[in-house]
Design a protein around this ligand. Structure first.
Ligand SMILES: Cc1cc2nc3c(=O)[nH]c(=O)nc-3n(C[C@H](O)[C@H](O)[C@H](O)COP(=O)(O)OP(=O)(O)OC[C@H]3O[C@@H](n4cnc5c(N)ncnc54)[C@H](O)[C@@H]3O)c2cc1C
Length: 264
């Protein structure tokens, strides 16, 4: 976190895990998030915590997930930092949005992630704009039926992302444009360049280790930036999932590493 902050980015950190199916894992995850909050806040109060509700109990018992999220949100609030809920598979969206509704009625520091690919997102946005809490826009990573979502790498997904990014930016609501896709970032920044978007209302967010040079370029050009750091025993599984989704990423990563080494 400190090294990400030293580069001029905000940082958000996630003790990686999802779909925890036993109480010991849930308990350990909650303890870890509660331990993290003061550490992250001490580095900078523009940093945040990100988590999956299913890592802190929502799969075992939705009320347990809500109770644990409330504890973490309350400690994050006391330390003046944000907590951003990740968005999970299509069968979990209702519950995550409901948890966000309850948390954001009580705390102003709880954000939520929305998936541009999901057709329901257009209808979810108006209610979210009425609530407190940053809205993080991503394309959407989960396998989803074609009746519910656009294809992952389609022009339809790109169009939806651009449309929702524009809506969020012009609303003045706190938001995160979370993508590595240069064309999507350019479209969002074109909206910013129109002059009606407050600089402190948004940032462009990348996953740590993906397109670092692009994020640095944006930061040098004065764009607010954030990097999403993951760690923990499940982070290797997370890397493997990303590679399984698109094996070409292994080559892109090697290319990035070679470029970074040449630039160092
Ligand atoms: C901060 C953050 C939080 C997220 N949280 C969630 C969540 O809660 N729920 C969820 O479903 N999904 C989440 N995601 C994942 C997201 O849904 C996408 O699956 C993921 O971001 C890939 O989509 P993309 O928008 O980056 O575009 P892609 O279409 O995957 O990539 C865009 C372009 O960028 C290029 N590119 C990718 N990586 C690099 C690189 N290293 N160097 C150069 N070019 C590169 C690709 O080749 C492609 O041309 C999150 C993503 C981010 C960034």
């Amino acid at each position: 976190v400190a090294s990400v902050n030293a580069l001029g980015h905000r940082a958000t950190i996630d003790f990686m895990g999802e779909s925890a199916r036993n109480f010991a894992t849930v308990d350990a995850a909650c303890k870890e998030f509660l331990r993290l909050v003061p550490l992250v806040a001490r580095a900078s109060n523009s940093n945040s915590i990100s988590l999956d509700l299913s890592h802190i109990g929502s799969v075992l018992d939705p009320e347990l997930g809500s109770k644990n999220a409330r504890r973490i949100a309350s400690v994050a609030h006391a330390h003046g930092i944000e907590l951003i809920l990740s968005m999970e598979g299509p069968d979990r969206v209702d519950q995550i949005l409901e948890d966000h509704r309850r948390l954001s009625a009580e705390f102003d520091n709880v954000g939520v992630t929305i998936q541009a690919r999901m057709y329901r997102t257009r209808d979810d946005i108006p209610a979210l704009l009425e609530r407190d809490g940053r809205i993080r826009l991503v394309k959407g990573a989960y396998d989803t039926a074609s009746s519910l979502a656009a294809e992952p790498e389609s022009s339809e997904t790109a169009g939806l992302f651009d449309e929702f990014a524009r809506t969020l930016l012009l609303s003045g609501h706190r938001c995160s444009i979370a993508t590595h896709d240069e064309a999507r970032i350019d479209a969002a920044l074109a909206t910013v360049a129109e002059g009606a978007v407050a600089k402190d209302s948004y940032y462009v967010e990348h996953l740590s280790g993906l397109a670092d040079l692009q994020l640095l370029r944006l930061q040098s050009a004065g764009v607010p930036t954030q990097e999403y750091i993951v760690y923990g025993e499940e982070s290797w599984l997370y890397v493997c999932n990303r590679l399984a989704e698109d094996p070409w990423r292994a080559i892109v990563a090697l290319g990035d590493a070679a470029r970074a080494a040449l630039n160092a």
